[in-house]
Design a binder for this molecule. Structure first.
Ligand code: ZN
Length: 370
């Protein structure tokens, strides 16, 4: 799972939004998309940090993008029909996001300049909120499984709660990988049992890890040694689809050095795959030009004096289906190269000041109704 998440490479492909959007515009033009018929759409999280990309999309494409997004950067696939009716040359930009603190070199946080104290907050807040319950369960398990000596031999001491398979939710140890189940427990204690370690654990842990006084297993409780059981939270917006989507990756995410970044990378990969499948079956797109591009938005907290975050886009994949029947699938390196080949200049770029001045000076429209 870690390898799958890391398939989405970050540093070599990250591109400033101010470079990504004109290149994307020019890529669409090179595929035959027409300026006057192009309708962009974005599937971004609801955070204000995603506003700057929307401003740039508006500026370069000359129209405000359709909203195709749900919290966490999921695509509202049930909006394909309405969206398809709004243009002939369609460009869907999907991105999950993660904050970055450039001074502390930390992923998953973003400075909230408009709060009292201006502290750092979780970002993506939604992905982090989903992760917290799992991280807490994992931290607890790291403390409640001990490795050490019992009667002079290596032993794993497991708290009784992890021996109860009937729990509805929680962290479940893969006991066969941790203890030798073919042998009786070495000792039965009041709240735990001591077992002979599995062959795997004996191979993995150094002799020095089997302390005379048993100690918490900590980080040696790796992602392959446990899984979670939890029913996704139900709330006012219904079943939490983001939590359900992240479930298979949870052991990897809670043991990751950068859980928020990895959650965003995983969500982007899952979303591209899911959206691609929904797009190819969507009748409303027939006879239209369509480009779907997915990636991760990295929100770098704005420094003093800058109005917007310095957002970078890390492209992951793209799919194009043209009116003439041609289709293209771009993997990460291919879409990154296709974008880099495009010029940064966009002669069609809109001037906001000029447009707003023109709108303010337009003739008044009055309604003949009280
Ligand atoms: Zn978010």
């Amino acid at each position: 799972m870690q390898r799958m998440i890391e398939n989405l490479k970050v540093s070599s492909y990250a591109m400033r939004y101010s470079q990504f959007v004109p290149r994307l515009y020019n890529l669409c033009r090179s595929l035959g998309f027409e300026r006057e018929r192009m309708m962009p759409s974005r599937a971004f999280c609801s955070d204000e940090s995603q506003g700057y990309p929307v401003i740039l999309i508006t500026q370069h494409f000359g129209t405000f993008p359709f909203d195709h997004g749900r919290v966490g950067g999921k695509v509202a696939v049930n909006r394909h029909g309405p969206y398809a009716h709004h243009g002939e040359d369609l460009v869907i930009i999907q991105a999950s996001h993660v904050g970055y603190d450039a001074d502390g070199k930390r992923f998953g946080v973003y400075q909230r300049h408009r709060t009292n104290g201006q502290g750092f907050g979780d970002n993506c807040g939604k992905l982090c909120a989903v992760l917290h319950w799992y991280q807490d369960e994992y931290r607890h398990a790291c403390e409640q499984v001990l490795c050490g000596e019992v009667d002079g031999a290596p032993a794993v001491i497991v708290d009784n709660q992890y021996l109860d398979d009937k729990r509805h939710e929680g962290l479940f140890l893969h006991l066969d990988l941790i203890v030798d189940r073919s042998r009786e427990p070495m000792r039965v204690l009041s709240t735990a049992k001591a077992f002979h370690p599995s062959k795997l654990l004996l191979e993995r842990l150094a002799d020095a890890d089997w302390h005379e006084r048993p100690q918490a297993i900590g980080g040696q409780l790796t992602a392959d040694l446990f899984s979670f059981r939890k029913s996704a939270a139900d709330h006012i917006e219904g079943h939490d689809i983001l939590e359900t989507a992240l479930a298979p990756a949870m052991p990897t995410l809670v043991t990751s050095a950068n859980p928020a970044l990895d959650a965003a990378r995983f969500t982007t990969q899952v979303e591209f795959d899911r959206t691609y499948r929904s797009v190819i079956r969507e009748g409303a797109y027939r006879g239209k030009n369509l480009l779907l591009i997915s990636g991760v938005n990295i929100d770098i907290s704005p420094r003093e004096g800058f109005p917007f975050p310095l957002i970078k886009f890390v492209p992951w994949a793209a799919y194009a289906a043209l009116r003439d029947g041609r289709t293209f699938l771009f993997e990460q390196q291919e879409i990154a190269e296709a974008l880099r080949k495009q010029p940064l200049e966009n002669p069609d770029r809109l001037s906001f000041d000029e447009s707003i001045t023109r709108m303010a000076g337009a003739d008044e429209i009055r309604f003949d109704i009280d």
